[in-house]
Design a protein. Structure first.
Lengths: 246, 586
């Protein structure tokens, strides 16, 4: 196990103990016998909102992923992109949490590459895959582009590199570039469109861009819209940014 | 060493739709019923209230409502020449976990299979000649007419919104003219359709087709079901499939049965208890109960007079294999039955993009749709077409959850400025005509135990060997062409055809309609369970769920799964309890 893996393992153990502790509080029904409806007041099953202090990326990794996401969903005259939506913060917090550690994924070996139809088969959970692929990408960029990191390259060059990763034309040592590209694209779209409580979609930039009203639950008044545009401002699980008092 | 618990009359393995129905029916008969569910308790105000439910990342993309793949998944390969690898996360289908299971996160599209679907083998052979080599389609062993009262019961339990097309033999305008004879109208009127459904309906009618409103388990008005449980009107929030409904508007076990069932003194539920094995006596012909393990790792022996498998179909088949009941199917020899006839659903779509009309798809619901059934089952002449079966075509407006649903026109790049512009321009202005095709059984598609990968307890994972078949490919090409004809007339600027081509891919979401593996039929030589869903080998063992489908029809399975459960429950109550033993003589 490399140093990054050791850190991950330690973190995993730590988080696991925290999760067990909180599960005991939040889920009194563990392994129990139930008759009647066991509803308990005040125990709503709240989302696991990430702790802003818990991050995964190094500064260099963060700069690289920020640059990648900004090419995948660029800021342009159609409106704000991944950068304004702070997608990199979303990804950073996701990778620092259960998702990055692959805690809900089947991660037992043996591992082999598999066919396209067999899906994700990396030995590394998402955080590990990012770490390896970002190191390989950095080495490639510095080796082929006068010692420059990905985020220091021109947008056009960045796009060419991303396309080469997507198509598998660019090969990384010990990690599949297309698998990494597919994951970072998936996570970027998640970060652009998920509820702002997870750190991305800042100021609901993603929702505003497309016209999605967010976490609303009653549209009965709009059923007969008859093909006319509905302009309904978005609201998130935690309200709207402008509701917050300083 | 397993701790032995006091015996119960009936133990249910799994507690979703079939478990809840069976528990309700058998407790009414006075039996003491215990349900074992490996997931946790779930109720509307705690787990999916309106303030928490509309969370796309959490519930879909982070799999909050689904089986935990870290503990157990299945392995997958397209064919026997490949090595199956674990589905490390869910993709093409999403088995549920916890109380209510997949019945909590379904859309609510509640169809009845056609009368001809239950006799698919004999009907098609009579009309078109012998079935192709390798096709292992067979009759269900139960008929539509026998199931009709049970379809009706489930529709009334759920408050299904719809319009009858065939009421006691008389065709009804506005309903599905191809459906089997119904004894009664739907308990609730159809849902309110939006712009997209109206465009689809007009285009279909122009082509001489007969569009009808989809039967929906999303309430079209306030409803009190026959058990006295109340459901609230649907608010068209667009968070149905993959989510729990925060508004008591979708029929799920929690909103239809559990408020009554949970208070019964002869019913007990144990959560976070996973069944490891079905136990049998020394003869092997009688189940004595189950072995289960709780979340702390303590193992229990639970004696029971009747064992009923009510887990997800894939899980029921695996538990049979792990318990050594029946012989696992081997496609090389054709011997064995458990794991045979695994089928799925073959879906495709044609998107429609409007220039200056808005579909506003966030105003949606899981079963909000208009449907045509001209190309389903044997509703049309298949002579010369090269396939049997078919599927419905529908224009659903289920959601605009943006991570999942952002359609882009033909030629749009996958990322970058071009992608972003296309998503922005089309997000509120697109819809889709989807095809929902049947899946016919073939000898090579099957389930067995994986030789390499194991679950959290060290037991083999289930292995799925599956690919689309020549019948599927011809059928979906035909259905997609029909969808294109309708989509082209819906007044859009352009359409985009999303054909189902290439090998079956286990990752992009298609449907959670996995069927077969514990199939029903007429003899112990062709099936795992008889027409009453009773094991041929172990007569006090019953198997519920879509695993009993010998092949899958061109409809969503829940309505038929529930009808079969009521049918089996009635047989247990009226016949088995009086005279325990095989209800069909082999």
């Amino acid at each position: 196990m490399d140093a990054g893996g050791a850190i991950l393992a330690t973190r995993r153990q730590f988080i696991h103990s925290i999760m067990l502790a909180s599960a005991a509080i939040a889920a009194p029904a563990f392994g129990r016998t139930i008759s009647g409806i066991p509803w308990v007041p005040g125990l709503a099953d709240r989302p696991a909102v990430p702790d802003p202090a818990r991050t995964f990326f190094t500064a260099a990794e963060r700069a690289c992923v920020r640059a990648i996401s900004a090419r995948l969903i660029p800021s342009d005259d159609t409106g704000p992109g991944a950068d304004e939506a702070d997608v990199v913060t979303f990804i950073d917090r996701q990778l620092a949490g259960f998702y990055g550690r692959g805690e809900r994924w089947y991660m037992k070996g043996p591992f082999s590459e598999g066919t396209d139809e067999q899906g994700y088969q990396s030995e590394s959970p998402p955080a590990g895959l990012y770490r390896k692929a970002l190191a390989a990408l950095d080495a490639h960029c510095r080796g082929s582009h006068d010692g420059k990191a990905f985020d220091e390259l021109d947008a056009g060059v960045q796009d060419d590199i991303l396309a080469a990763m997507e198509d598998g034309e660019l090969e990384f040592e010990g990690v599949a570039a297309p698998a990494f590209f597919a994951l970072v694209l998936e996570n970027t779209i998640e970060g652009f469109f998920s509820d702002p409580i997870y750190g991305g979609n800042r100021d609901m930039a993603g929702w505003r861009l497309v016209g999605f009203p967010g976490a609303r639950y009653d549209y009965r008044d709009y059923l007969d819209h008859d093909g006319k545009r509905l302009d309904i401002p978005p609201v998130g699980l935690a309200g709207r940014p402008e509701w917050k008092t300083p | 060493m397993a701790r032995k618990l006091p015996p119960v009359d009936v133990v249910l393995v799994g507690f979703g739709w079939t478990g809840a129905i069976m528990a309700q029916e058998l407790t009414e008969a006075g039996l003491e019923v215990l349900a074992l569910e490996r997931g946790g308790w779930r109720d509307t105000p705690t787990h999916f209230p309106p303030t928490l439910a509309p969370d796309e990342l959490r519930f879909y993309w982070r799999h909050e409502m689904f089986q935990d793949t870290a503990r157990e998944t299945l392995t997958f390969r397209n064919n026997a020449s490949q090595t199956a690898l674990p589905m490390r996360r869910w993709g093409s289908f999403l088995p549920g976990s916890g109380v209510g299971a997949s019945g909590v996160h379904w859309n609510g599209q509640t169809f009845r299979f056609l009368p001809s679907d239950f006799i698919a083998a004999s009907r098609n052979a009579d009309r078109y000649g012998p079935l192709p080599d390798g096709m292992t389609v067979q009759d269900y062993g139960v008929t539509y007419d026998e199931l009709e009262p049970h379809f009706d019961r489930f529709e009334k339990l759920c408050g299904i919104a719809g319009k009858a097309g065939n009421l006691r033999g008389a065709l009804q305008a506005g309903g599905n003219p191809f459906e089997g004879r119904r004894s009664d109208e739907y308990p609730n009127p159809p849902m309110e359709m939006t712009f997209a459904q109206k465009q689809f309906g007009a285009a279909a009618a122009e082509l001489g087709l007969k569009p009808f409103p989809a039967p929906s388990a999303n309430m079209s008005r306030p409803y009190t079901n026959p058990l006295g449980v109340q459901l609230a009107p649907c608010t068209y929030c667009g968070f149905c499939e993959k989510y729990g409904c925060g508004n008591y508007s979708k029929a799920i076990p929690q909103t239809t049965i559990l408020p009554v069932l949970m208070g019964k003194p002869n019913f007990t539920l144990k959560t976070h208890n996973e069944v490891l094995e079905i136990r049998r006596d020394s003869s092997g012909r009688r189940a004595t109960g189950v072995t289960h393990v709780d979340v702390h790792g303590e193992v229990f022996e639970q004696p029971a007079g009747i064992v009923i498998l009510c887990a997800y179909p894939l899980q029921n088949a695996r538990l049979m294999m792990l318990s050594g009941i029946g012989r696992t199917y081997d496609p090389r020899s054709g011997e064995g039955l458990v794991g045979k006839n695994y089928c799925y659903q073959v879906v495709s779509s044609v998107d429609v993009f409007y220039e200056d009309r808005y579909t506003n798809q966030f105003v949606g619901a899981g079963a909000l749709g208009m449907v045509i059934d001209e190309y389903n089952g044997d509703n049309f002449d298949h002579a010369g077409l090269g396939f049997i079966g078919g599927g419905y075509l529908a224009c659903w407006t289920t959601n605009a959850r943006p991570i999942e649903t952002h359609r882009t026109p033909e030629g749009t790049p996958e990322w970058g400025a071009g992608w972003k512009k296309a998503v922005k321009e089309n997000f509120l202005k697109s819809t889709s005509v989807s095809t929902h095709g049947a899946s016919m059984a073939y000898a090579q598609n099957h389930l067995d135990l994986d030789p390499t990968y194991t679950d959290v307890y060290g037991r083999p994972l289930l292995r799925m060997t599956y690919d689309f078949t020549p019948n599927d490919r011809a059928m979906t090409a035909y259905l997609t062409d029909r969808a294109r004809e309708i989509a082209a007339r819906m007044g859009g600027r352009e359409i985009k055809v999303n054909s189902r081509e290439g090998a079956y891919d286990s990752m992009p979401y298609q449907t959670t309609h996995n069927t077969g593996g514990t199939i029903m039929g007429s003899t112990p030589q062709n099936s795992v369970v008889n027409r009453y869903l009773q094991s041929w080998d172990v007569p006090n063992l019953f198997v519920m769920g879509a695993g009993v489908f010998p092949q899958n029809a061109g409809y969503n399975p829940t309505g038929t799964v529930a009808a079969l459960t009521y049918w089996a429950a009635e047989a247990i109550r009226s016949r088995y309890l009086r005279d325990p033993g095989p209800m069909v003589q082999a």
